[in-house]
Design a protein around this ligand. Sequence first.
Ligand SMILES: [Zn+2]
Length: 125
Amino acid sequence: MYLVNVERHFDAAHYLRGYQGKCESLHGHRYQVAVRLKVNGTDETGLAYDFTRLKKEVDVLLERFDHTCLNEVEPFREINPSAENIARTVYHGLEAALGKLPAGAALDAVTIWESPDSWVEFRPD
Ligand SMILES: [Zn+2]
């Protein structure tokens, strides 16, 4: 079994509604995003999943968040753009974008770093 990982990033502003503290004010992050696929085997070229293809799919998805105020972008008009909610949103968006993965492959987890020492991993179980 292989765990295939790619990392990307995007820059955005956000604020947390109802948070008692600094994060209630508008501020920015360079969000680091890690996506992990779980794949049972390799194809005839020896790849479990093509890194380039996965990076492209992630980039397409993150494009709508890059250089925005996340609170003005769906679904964060209604729910707080916390790292937890961003990770879950990216997970489900990517799950839909990847469509039918090859047999034995599944999206495993999405991790979002708000800073080098603060991150959240989302897995659906
Ligand atoms: Zn923040």
